[in-house]
Design a protein around this ligand. Sequence first.
Ligand code: IPM
Ligand code: MN
Length: 355
Amino acid sequence: MKKIVVIPGDGIGKEITDSAVEVLKKVDEKFKLDLEFETYDAGGTAYDKFGLPLPDETLDACKKADAVLFGAVGGNKWDNVKAELRPERAILGLRKGLGLYANLRPVKVATALVKNSPLKPELVDGVDLVIVRELVGGIYFGDRCESEIKNGVERAWDLENYSVPEVDRIAKLAFETAKIRRGKLTSVDKANVLATSRLWRRTITKLAENYQDVELNHLYVDNCAMQLCVNPKQFDVIVTGNLFGDILSDEAAVIGGSIGLMPSASIGELTSLYEPIHGSAPDIAGKGIANPMGTILSAAMLLRYSLHAEEAAKAIESAIDKTLAEGYRTADIYSEGFKKIGTAEATEKIIKNLQ
Ligand code: IPM
Ligand code: MN
């Protein structure tokens, strides 16, 4: 038996994880994966119930699970909650608590959606890249001060720091990822200004000696942000730190037409967690119109990386491609001439297209 902990979270989180679980159950019938699901609270929903964004019970269940499927957290309802109790703390706590050191964010443009991209079709048709983002270090988890008074002036600060073992660990995974793809790795930093970036670059350059079959290049983060718009097809695997990865992966996600379609895997030493890269979209929550595809594709990544069920993962990915090719579109990717569908109908179509 494989235990999957489901954390719907806030906003559209419940709708999209419900949809992904429905698809997983169907895939389970076909491929005999013996899946079992348990649902737990996190985020603002957990804060409202227990006064905490990440209850111990939720973290403990995740530690014992074979994999975690996560929806989204956050919403303006909790804007005035103290920093350490904000819904976002749930996902940061899960990353730290489960040691989810690497975040994989693939960007592959579905042919049917090339026209949805804000970039010119000839620039995006054929884009197939993955961002490997360091997820438990850097400025996200360094020391910080919310407010201090020095010489009568209020200031705040956040400390960016990386150690060689931290960089080595994420870089190894990035090199291994490049090795089984097109053999190209781009490391992104700001080594012209930051000491942490210079250590990052030195460490990766040294490690490259063990990966002669991977072609490594380095880009400054500002240049990389520009190159993603100018020529995204040049990229195979991009490896970068926590903050740069956060920014670049949102930028890269829209190349694919809609952030609603983008999955991610956060790889840990033991349990790994899978979530769409979009947020909780409180403005459309409960309306049944959210695009569940990012979460369903995250479920496919779960099958691939945590359960090693490659065939089942591919079946989900093909079912989504087919549904899009048939002309079905949720509101976020809808344009005239296509068939508009809601969350439930999208789920139904995808299930029907499972081979
Ligand atoms: C993401 C999100 C999170 C992050 C937030 C919700 C803390 O933007 O997963 O990219 O900044 O890492
Ligand atoms: Mn982000």
